[in-house]
Write a protein that binds this ligand. Structure first.
Ligand code: ZN
Length: 350
Protein backbone atom coordinates (compact mmCIF):
# COMPACT_ATOMS: atom_id res chain seq x y z
CA UNK A 1 0.00 0.00 0.00
CA UNK A 2 1.15 3.52 -0.74
CA UNK A 3 1.34 6.02 2.12
CA UNK A 4 2.12 9.73 2.22
CA UNK A 5 4.16 11.45 4.91
CA UNK A 6 5.93 14.71 5.62
CA UNK A 7 8.36 15.17 8.49
CA UNK A 8 7.33 18.83 8.82
CA UNK A 9 4.87 17.57 11.47
CA UNK A 10 7.75 17.44 13.97
CA UNK A 11 7.94 21.26 13.94
CA UNK A 12 4.66 21.26 15.90
CA UNK A 13 5.39 20.05 19.43
CA UNK A 14 3.73 22.16 22.15
CA UNK A 15 4.62 20.46 25.43
CA UNK A 16 1.44 21.30 27.32
CA UNK A 17 -2.33 21.37 26.97
CA UNK A 18 -4.77 22.80 29.49
CA UNK A 19 -7.43 20.39 30.78
CA UNK A 20 -9.98 21.74 33.28
CA UNK A 21 -7.51 24.37 34.40
CA UNK A 22 -4.57 22.00 34.76
CA UNK A 23 -1.54 22.11 32.49
CA UNK A 24 -0.82 18.51 31.52
CA UNK A 25 1.61 16.87 29.11
CA UNK A 26 0.41 17.12 25.51
CA UNK A 27 -0.62 13.64 24.33
CA UNK A 28 -0.41 14.71 20.69
CA UNK A 29 3.34 14.27 20.23
CA UNK A 30 5.64 13.88 17.20
CA UNK A 31 6.44 10.35 18.41
CA UNK A 32 2.93 9.30 17.31
CA UNK A 33 3.65 9.84 13.63
CA UNK A 34 7.24 8.65 13.96
CA UNK A 35 6.10 5.29 15.40
CA UNK A 36 3.56 4.83 12.61
CA UNK A 37 6.08 5.74 9.90
CA UNK A 38 8.66 3.34 11.32
CA UNK A 39 6.09 0.54 11.34
CA UNK A 40 4.90 1.22 7.75
CA UNK A 41 8.45 1.16 6.39
CA UNK A 42 9.35 -2.00 8.29
CA UNK A 43 6.20 -3.67 6.95
CA UNK A 44 7.23 -2.90 3.36
CA UNK A 45 4.66 -0.22 2.52
CA UNK A 46 5.89 2.38 0.02
CA UNK A 47 6.25 6.00 1.05
CA UNK A 48 5.20 8.75 -1.36
CA UNK A 49 6.66 12.14 -0.34
CA UNK A 50 4.13 14.86 0.37
CA UNK A 51 3.88 17.45 -2.40
CA UNK A 52 3.14 21.14 -2.10
CA UNK A 53 -0.43 21.89 -3.18
CA UNK A 54 -2.17 25.00 -4.41
CA UNK A 55 -3.62 26.70 -1.33
CA UNK A 56 -6.98 26.88 -3.11
CA UNK A 57 -7.76 23.33 -1.91
CA UNK A 58 -7.28 24.40 1.70
CA UNK A 59 -9.13 27.69 1.17
CA UNK A 60 -12.03 25.67 -0.26
CA UNK A 61 -12.94 24.47 3.25
CA UNK A 62 -11.39 27.14 5.51
CA UNK A 63 -12.12 30.88 5.66
CA UNK A 64 -9.45 33.38 4.50
CA UNK A 65 -9.39 35.20 7.86
CA UNK A 66 -8.79 31.94 9.76
CA UNK A 67 -5.92 30.93 7.47
CA UNK A 68 -4.35 34.38 7.88
CA UNK A 69 -4.68 34.01 11.66
CA UNK A 70 -3.02 30.56 11.71
CA UNK A 71 -0.17 31.72 9.50
CA UNK A 72 0.59 34.91 11.44
CA UNK A 73 -0.51 34.15 15.03
CA UNK A 74 2.82 33.01 16.43
CA UNK A 75 4.69 36.10 15.27
CA UNK A 76 1.91 38.40 16.47
CA UNK A 77 1.85 36.60 19.82
CA UNK A 78 5.60 37.12 20.27
CA UNK A 79 5.08 40.84 19.68
CA UNK A 80 2.26 40.81 22.23
CA UNK A 81 4.27 39.07 24.96
CA UNK A 82 7.27 41.34 24.31
CA UNK A 83 5.01 44.16 25.50
CA UNK A 84 3.20 42.02 28.11
CA UNK A 85 5.87 39.70 29.53
CA UNK A 86 3.55 38.14 32.13
CA UNK A 87 1.54 36.57 29.27
CA UNK A 88 4.58 34.56 28.19
CA UNK A 89 5.33 33.05 31.59
CA UNK A 90 3.97 29.81 32.94
CA UNK A 91 3.90 26.13 32.00
CA UNK A 92 2.70 26.63 28.44
CA UNK A 93 6.03 28.21 27.49
CA UNK A 94 6.07 29.90 24.12
CA UNK A 95 2.87 28.21 22.90
CA UNK A 96 -0.24 30.34 22.56
CA UNK A 97 -3.11 29.69 24.93
CA UNK A 98 -6.23 31.84 25.07
CA UNK A 99 -7.43 33.57 28.22
CA UNK A 100 -11.12 33.75 27.23
CA UNK A 101 -12.96 31.80 24.52
CA UNK A 102 -15.60 33.25 22.19
CA UNK A 103 -19.01 32.09 23.31
CA UNK A 104 -21.50 31.02 20.62
CA UNK A 105 -23.79 33.94 21.41
CA UNK A 106 -20.99 36.54 21.44
CA UNK A 107 -18.79 36.07 18.41
CA UNK A 108 -17.66 39.57 17.54
CA UNK A 109 -14.28 39.26 15.90
CA UNK A 110 -11.63 41.37 17.64
CA UNK A 111 -8.51 42.57 15.79
CA UNK A 112 -6.02 42.06 18.65
CA UNK A 113 -3.99 38.87 18.86
CA UNK A 114 -4.96 38.31 22.50
CA UNK A 115 -8.63 38.50 21.50
CA UNK A 116 -8.29 36.50 18.29
CA UNK A 117 -6.66 33.51 19.99
CA UNK A 118 -9.87 32.90 21.93
CA UNK A 119 -11.93 33.48 18.78
CA UNK A 120 -10.16 30.99 16.51
CA UNK A 121 -8.88 28.46 19.10
CA UNK A 122 -11.81 26.70 20.73
CA UNK A 123 -10.23 25.25 23.87
CA UNK A 124 -7.16 24.29 25.84
CA UNK A 125 -6.10 21.41 23.59
CA UNK A 126 -5.08 23.32 20.46
CA UNK A 127 -2.04 25.38 21.45
CA UNK A 128 -0.24 27.20 18.66
CA UNK A 129 3.54 27.20 18.62
CA UNK A 130 6.27 28.38 16.29
CA UNK A 131 6.03 25.41 13.92
CA UNK A 132 2.28 24.79 14.11
CA UNK A 133 1.38 26.46 10.83
CA UNK A 134 4.12 24.68 8.86
CA UNK A 135 3.11 21.34 10.37
CA UNK A 136 -0.61 21.87 9.74
CA UNK A 137 0.10 22.86 6.15
CA UNK A 138 2.30 19.77 5.73
CA UNK A 139 -0.45 17.59 7.16
CA UNK A 140 -3.06 18.99 4.76
CA UNK A 141 -0.66 18.50 1.85
CA UNK A 142 -0.08 14.92 3.01
CA UNK A 143 -3.84 14.30 2.75
CA UNK A 144 -4.06 16.00 -0.66
CA UNK A 145 -1.12 14.00 -2.01
CA UNK A 146 -2.80 10.76 -0.95
CA UNK A 147 -6.14 11.91 -2.41
CA UNK A 148 -4.43 12.56 -5.74
CA UNK A 149 -3.19 8.95 -5.77
CA UNK A 150 -6.83 7.81 -5.74
CA UNK A 151 -7.57 10.17 -8.60
CA UNK A 152 -4.73 8.47 -10.51
CA UNK A 153 -6.38 5.06 -10.04
CA UNK A 154 -4.76 3.79 -6.84
CA UNK A 155 -7.41 1.82 -4.93
CA UNK A 156 -6.19 2.45 -1.38
CA UNK A 157 -3.79 4.94 0.16
CA UNK A 158 -2.95 6.03 3.71
CA UNK A 159 -2.15 9.62 4.63
CA UNK A 160 0.01 9.69 7.76
CA UNK A 161 -1.29 13.09 8.86
CA UNK A 162 -0.12 14.92 11.95
CA UNK A 163 -1.47 17.12 13.44
CA UNK A 164 -4.89 15.48 13.03
CA UNK A 165 -7.74 17.43 11.47
CA UNK A 166 -11.32 16.33 12.13
CA UNK A 167 -12.07 18.84 14.93
CA UNK A 168 -11.06 21.82 12.77
CA UNK A 169 -14.02 23.90 11.55
CA UNK A 170 -13.95 26.27 8.60
CA UNK A 171 -12.79 29.03 10.98
CA UNK A 172 -11.84 27.36 14.26
CA UNK A 173 -9.18 25.04 15.67
CA UNK A 174 -9.93 22.54 18.42
CA UNK A 175 -8.87 19.22 19.93
CA UNK A 176 -5.31 19.08 18.52
CA UNK A 177 -6.64 20.01 15.02
CA UNK A 178 -5.91 23.15 12.93
CA UNK A 179 -6.62 22.29 9.27
CA UNK A 180 -9.25 19.65 8.49
CA UNK A 181 -7.22 17.16 6.46
CA UNK A 182 -10.12 14.76 5.85
CA UNK A 183 -12.43 17.57 4.73
CA UNK A 184 -9.78 19.07 2.43
CA UNK A 185 -9.18 15.65 0.85
CA UNK A 186 -12.89 14.78 0.64
CA UNK A 187 -13.71 18.08 -1.04
CA UNK A 188 -10.86 17.49 -3.53
CA UNK A 189 -12.17 13.99 -4.29
CA UNK A 190 -15.76 15.26 -4.59
CA UNK A 191 -14.56 17.65 -7.32
CA UNK A 192 -12.77 14.85 -9.22
CA UNK A 193 -14.46 11.52 -8.51
CA UNK A 194 -18.13 12.21 -7.87
CA UNK A 195 -19.72 12.14 -4.48
CA UNK A 196 -17.72 11.04 -1.47
CA UNK A 197 -18.48 9.39 1.86
CA UNK A 198 -16.48 9.97 5.04
CA UNK A 199 -16.44 7.36 7.81
CA UNK A 200 -15.02 8.80 11.02
CA UNK A 201 -14.05 6.07 13.51
CA UNK A 202 -11.98 8.27 15.82
CA UNK A 203 -13.23 8.01 19.43
CA UNK A 204 -14.34 11.65 19.31
CA UNK A 205 -17.05 13.09 17.10
CA UNK A 206 -15.73 14.67 13.89
CA UNK A 207 -17.42 17.98 14.66
CA UNK A 208 -15.31 20.07 12.28
CA UNK A 209 -15.91 17.72 9.36
CA UNK A 210 -19.63 17.59 10.10
CA UNK A 211 -19.86 21.37 10.18
CA UNK A 212 -17.97 21.82 6.90
CA UNK A 213 -20.27 19.46 4.97
CA UNK A 214 -23.50 19.97 6.94
CA UNK A 215 -25.36 21.63 4.07
CA UNK A 216 -23.90 19.52 1.25
CA UNK A 217 -25.32 16.37 -0.32
CA UNK A 218 -22.20 15.47 -2.31
CA UNK A 219 -20.36 14.39 0.86
CA UNK A 220 -22.05 11.90 3.22
CA UNK A 221 -20.53 12.11 6.70
CA UNK A 222 -20.83 9.23 9.17
CA UNK A 223 -19.23 9.46 12.63
CA UNK A 224 -18.96 6.73 15.29
CA UNK A 225 -17.78 8.09 18.63
CA UNK A 226 -18.12 8.17 22.40
CA UNK A 227 -21.25 9.89 23.76
CA UNK A 228 -20.57 13.64 23.34
CA UNK A 229 -22.69 14.39 26.40
CA UNK A 230 -19.74 13.19 28.48
CA UNK A 231 -16.82 13.30 26.01
CA UNK A 232 -15.08 15.94 23.88
CA UNK A 233 -16.24 17.74 21.73
CA UNK A 234 -19.47 17.92 23.88
CA UNK A 235 -21.35 20.38 21.63
CA UNK A 236 -21.93 18.23 18.53
CA UNK A 237 -22.21 14.56 17.63
CA UNK A 238 -25.80 13.80 18.64
CA UNK A 239 -28.09 11.52 16.57
CA UNK A 240 -30.61 14.25 15.72
CA UNK A 241 -27.94 16.19 13.76
CA UNK A 242 -28.84 14.93 10.28
CA UNK A 243 -27.74 17.84 8.06
CA UNK A 244 -29.45 20.98 6.87
CA UNK A 245 -30.90 22.25 3.59
CA UNK A 246 -29.50 20.25 0.67
CA UNK A 247 -27.46 18.29 3.22
CA UNK A 248 -30.46 17.04 5.19
CA UNK A 249 -30.16 13.27 5.60
CA UNK A 250 -26.47 13.19 4.60
CA UNK A 251 -25.06 13.42 8.14
CA UNK A 252 -25.19 10.38 10.43
CA UNK A 253 -23.97 10.32 14.03
CA UNK A 254 -23.68 7.06 15.95
CA UNK A 255 -22.67 7.86 19.55
CA UNK A 256 -21.75 5.00 21.90
CA UNK A 257 -21.61 4.81 25.70
CA UNK A 258 -18.19 5.12 27.32
CA UNK A 259 -16.76 1.69 27.96
CA UNK A 260 -18.04 0.31 24.63
CA UNK A 261 -16.11 -2.83 23.63
CA UNK A 262 -15.42 -4.51 20.29
CA UNK A 263 -18.81 -6.07 19.50
CA UNK A 264 -20.91 -2.95 20.00
CA UNK A 265 -18.32 -0.75 18.28
CA UNK A 266 -18.27 -3.08 15.25
CA UNK A 267 -22.07 -3.15 15.13
CA UNK A 268 -21.91 0.65 14.81
CA UNK A 269 -19.23 0.41 12.09
CA UNK A 270 -21.41 -2.04 10.16
CA UNK A 271 -24.40 0.29 10.55
CA UNK A 272 -22.32 3.19 9.24
CA UNK A 273 -20.94 1.13 6.35
CA UNK A 274 -24.47 0.10 5.32
CA UNK A 275 -25.44 3.76 5.07
CA UNK A 276 -22.30 4.45 3.01
CA UNK A 277 -22.91 1.51 0.66
CA UNK A 278 -26.48 2.73 0.09
CA UNK A 279 -25.09 6.16 -0.81
CA UNK A 280 -22.82 4.50 -3.45
CA UNK A 281 -20.01 7.09 -3.37
CA UNK A 282 -17.21 7.41 -5.92
CA UNK A 283 -14.63 7.30 -3.11
CA UNK A 284 -14.52 6.71 0.65
CA UNK A 285 -12.42 8.72 3.10
CA UNK A 286 -11.80 7.14 6.51
CA UNK A 287 -10.92 9.40 9.45
CA UNK A 288 -8.90 6.72 11.19
CA UNK A 289 -8.33 7.29 14.89
CA UNK A 290 -6.83 4.72 17.21
CA UNK A 291 -8.16 6.42 20.33
CA UNK A 292 -11.15 4.05 20.68
CA UNK A 293 -8.39 1.75 22.02
CA UNK A 294 -8.80 0.53 25.61
CA UNK A 295 -6.80 2.77 27.92
CA UNK A 296 -6.48 5.78 25.64
CA UNK A 297 -6.07 8.82 27.92
CA UNK A 298 -8.31 11.02 25.75
CA UNK A 299 -11.42 8.89 25.33
CA UNK A 300 -12.88 6.05 27.43
CA UNK A 301 -13.91 3.43 24.86
CA UNK A 302 -12.54 -0.12 25.06
CA UNK A 303 -11.75 -1.40 21.56
CA UNK A 304 -8.98 -4.03 21.37
CA UNK A 305 -6.21 -4.45 18.82
CA UNK A 306 -8.22 -7.36 17.37
CA UNK A 307 -11.17 -5.00 17.13
CA UNK A 308 -9.20 -2.81 14.72
CA UNK A 309 -8.58 -5.88 12.54
CA UNK A 310 -12.35 -6.53 12.41
CA UNK A 311 -12.92 -2.84 11.65
CA UNK A 312 -10.50 -3.04 8.69
CA UNK A 313 -12.46 -5.96 7.25
CA UNK A 314 -15.78 -4.14 7.68
CA UNK A 315 -14.52 -1.00 5.90
CA UNK A 316 -13.20 -3.12 3.02
CA UNK A 317 -16.84 -3.97 2.22
CA UNK A 318 -16.81 -0.79 0.13
CA UNK A 319 -15.17 -1.88 -3.09
CA UNK A 320 -14.25 1.52 -4.56
CA UNK A 321 -11.16 3.64 -3.83
CA UNK A 322 -10.47 4.26 -0.14
CA UNK A 323 -8.34 6.99 1.42
CA UNK A 324 -7.28 6.40 5.04
CA UNK A 325 -6.44 9.56 6.97
CA UNK A 326 -4.74 9.38 10.36
CA UNK A 327 -6.59 11.21 13.12
CA UNK A 328 -6.11 10.60 16.87
CA UNK A 329 -4.71 7.77 19.01
CA UNK A 330 -2.56 8.49 22.05
CA UNK A 331 -1.39 5.17 23.48
CA UNK A 332 1.84 5.63 21.58
CA UNK A 333 3.34 2.23 22.38
CA UNK A 334 0.33 0.47 20.80
CA UNK A 335 -0.17 2.64 17.71
CA UNK A 336 1.95 0.45 15.43
CA UNK A 337 0.23 -2.75 16.57
CA UNK A 338 -3.21 -1.19 16.09
CA UNK A 339 -2.40 0.12 12.59
CA UNK A 340 -0.86 -3.25 11.72
CA UNK A 341 -4.00 -5.12 12.80
CA UNK A 342 -6.26 -2.65 11.00
CA UNK A 343 -4.29 -2.91 7.73
CA UNK A 344 -4.09 -6.68 8.00
CA UNK A 345 -7.90 -6.91 8.17
CA UNK A 346 -8.40 -4.15 5.59
CA UNK A 347 -5.85 -5.15 2.93
CA UNK A 348 -6.58 -8.86 3.44
CA UNK A 349 -10.21 -8.22 2.41
CA UNK A 350 -9.53 -5.99 -0.62
ZN1 ZN B 1 -9.95 11.52 18.90
Amino acid sequence: MLFTYSNTHAQHAPSTIIVRGNPIQNWEQPARAEQLQKYLESAGHDAVPTQEWDRKWIAAVHTPDYLTFLESAYERWQQFIAKNPEAGKGPAGSAIHAHVFAHHSARQQPSSIQGQVGYYLSGGSCPLDQGTWAAALGSANTALTAASLLQQGVQEAYALCRPPGHHAYADMAGGFCYLNNAAIAANYLAKHMGRVAILDVDAHHGNGTQSIFYERNDVHFVSIHGDPNVLFPFYAGYPHERGHGAGLGYNLNIPLPLGTEDDAFMAAVNHGMSSILNYAPGALVVSLGFDPFLGDPSAGLAVSTEGFRTMGKAIARYQGPILLIQEGGYVIDHLAANLSAFLDGFLGSR
